[in-house]
Design a protein around this ligand. Structure first.
Ligand code: ATP
Length: 299
């Protein structure tokens, strides 16, 4: 079966300026893919191309194996550029209007309101909703046609921690039901618990792809021991020189967390006295900045 999203050398230029260049992106079925990048990186342009809202300058893209056209959109739900709702109508009435336009049966409106946890406030006017509720109503609208793929532009932007947690729970629930999700964000912290995999885009280029597991890898063992030159010799022989980084009199040793006991025993047996042996969790943000080559901020 075709992947929900596949692009090859996808490029979009506006006059002389390049919004997206040679983008190769694959989102397999069932994945929650985070499309990360700063403002102006080319995220919205890419999502708009996938939805057939703007044409690529060159390269190709496939959504469920087809070039975007009105036909496949029945399998795709989108939340892009803020959904347009009538402020003086309720959430329920707004969705009924949209369902009418889309030829979706009315019972589906009740189902999606349940899904996004808005059933209780469905009869309140849209203008009384919090930002989180507005975003969830936008998602409800995107779900009306029971899509297999959701394309969401900055769905967590501006949400408070509760709104963020609600959105996270909701998207993970949809993913568990088999919906593939492609969402954009400019903040890793907003989406690290939602996404399985990330693509990082800067200046129109996909500069890295990673998983949260990869970002979480790479914690270090902090070792302070004396005499420190002998400690170093033993650490190097235990784990290799590349994994031992001297930080003043201490060492940061890149090993798996379970190695601490073995290292402690080896040092003590060799007559080195160990003052400190502490596992330090990796810094997700730091690993991320290193990955995307942001030397100004990576330490
Ligand atoms: P943001 O989060 O700020 O929306 P983004 O990553 O979604 O950022 P895009 O909106 O895709 O970025 O913009 C990428 C680049 O293309 C920017 O330099 C933008 O100014 C330019 N661009 C986007 N749309 C147009 C347009 N219609 N005409 C000219 N330039 C455009």
């Amino acid at each position: 079966m075709s992947n929900p999203v596949e692009t090859s050398e996808l490029t979009k230029r506006y006059g002389r300026s390049v919004a997206v260049e040679n983008l190769n992106l694959t989102v397999p079925s069932g994945e929650v893919y985070g499309f990360l990048g700063p403002n102006g990186a080319g995220k919205t342009t890419t999502l708009r191309m996938l939805l057939g809202l703007t044409r690529p300058t060159s390269g190709s893209l496939r959504v469920f194996g087809k070039t975007p056209s009105a036909g496949y959109l029945s399998q795709v739900g989108a939340l892009i550029e803020g959904p347009a709702f009538y402020p003086y109508l309720s959430g329920l009435e707004n969705l009924r209007v949209l369902a009418g336009h889309a030829g979706v049966r009315r019972t589906r409106v009740d189902a999606v309101l349940e899904t996004v946890d808005l059933a209780e406030r469905a009869k309140d006017k849209y203008r009384t909703y919090s930002l989180g509720m507005k975003q969830r109503l936008g998602l409800a609208a995107a779900l009306l046609k029971d899509p297999r793929l959701l394309i969401l532009d900055e769905p967590t932007n501006g949400l408070d921690p509760v709104g963020m947690a609600d959105m996270r729970t909701l998207l993970r629930k949809l993913a568990a039901e088999g919906v593939t999700v492609l969402l954009s964000s400019h903040l890793l912290a907003e989406v690290e618990q939602i996404c399985d995999r990330f693509g990082v885009i800067t200046n129109g280029h996909l500069v890295a792809e990673t998983t949260i597991a990869e970002l979480r890898a790479g914690g270090t063992l902090r070792v302070r021991a004396e005499p420190s030159d002998r400690a170093k010799t033993h650490l190097v022989s235990l784990v290799g020189a590349a994994a031992v980084h001297a930080d003043g009199p201490a060492f940061d040793v890149r090993v798996a967390p379970g190695e601490a006991g073995r290292i402690n025993t080896a040092l003590v047996t060799a007559g080195v006295s160990v003052h400190e042996l502490r596992w330090r969790e990796p810094d997700l943000e730091q690993n991320f900045l290193e990955l995307i080559g942001d030397d100004d901020h990576a330490g």
